[in-house]
Ligand binder design. Structure first.
Ligand code: ZN
Ligand code: FE
Length: 240
């Protein structure tokens, strides 16, 4: 199994590194900043080979230029968003594969938070990099897409294996949980998750990666019965 490293950045962002020992390849997902990534690479003696981007927001691409200049790593992002992403070396669409050493990701287009948002699914490693589409106990705000689009996007992620690691880009779980509890106060899986989250945060520990199985049991946005219900919940969350 490859090494998965989680780096805290800005106020509540997570940047991920995934390293393939056999090939020596290392990828970073959504580098908000370059400095903590370069430090982490140095500490481990790893060389950055790929920079994977989920969407164009600055808290996901802020470190790309500096990392590219320092390492020459190949930048991968959505073809649909090439006009507002840093210069891409590989522009990808739904169903495309991204090869990083011995590891391969499938690209899933997941419009909703932005129209060009994509996720990377490493099936062999059971790792999902989902940016700002799916959060633990929540989902991204609908800045550009419609509720129907986000619902379709989340439904695709929900169909991944229960053991899939959900590597989202923000530590929003505690705040999401306070809202989730208003939607499903009787959900025992949610209650259990809320006490786990409270204890993790007291110790200043991350609550993610989560898993698809855990989110299916506790995340009201994934548990909504249909797109209309999802839209209602999303609207309520926006004014919570
Ligand atoms: Zn975003
Ligand atoms: Fe973000």
């Amino acid at each position: 199994m490859p090494d998965l490293i989680q780096i805290s950045a800005l106020s509540d962002n997570y940047i991920y590194l995934l390293h393939d020992e056999a090939s020596g390849a290392t990828l970073v997902v959504d580098p908000a900043e370059a400095e903590p990534v370069l430090l982490s690479l140095r500490q481990r003696g790893w060389t950055l080979t790929h920079i994977l981007l989920t969407h164009h927001h600055n808290d996901h691409i802020g470190g790309v230029a500096e990392l590219k200049a320092a390492t020459g790593a190949k930048v991968v992002g959505a073809a649909k968003d090439h006009g507002r992403l840093p210069k891409l070396d590989q522009a990808v669409m739904d169903g495309d594969s991204v090869t990083v050493g011995g590891m391969t990701a499938q690209v899933l287009e997941t419009p909703g938070h932005t129209v060009g948002h994509i996720c990377y699914w490493f099936a062999d490693q059971a790792i999902l990099f989902c940016g700002d589409t799916l959060f633990s106990l929540g989902c991204g705000r609908l800045f550009e897409g419609t509720a129907q689009q986000m619902w379709n996007s989340l439904s695709r992620l929900a169909a991944l294996p229960a053991a899939a690691k959900v590597c989202c880009a923000h530590e929003y779980t505690a705040a999401n949980g306070r809202f989730a509890a208003t939607i499903e106060p009787e959900n025992q899986a949610l209650r259990d998750r809320l006490s786990q989250v409270a204890s993790l945060r007291e110790q200043d520990l991350p609550t993610v990666p989560s898993t698809i199985g855990l989110e299916l049991a506790s995340n009201p946005f994934l548990r909504a019965a249909d797109a209309q219900t999802f839209a209602d919940i999303r609207r309520r969350k926006d004014t919570f």
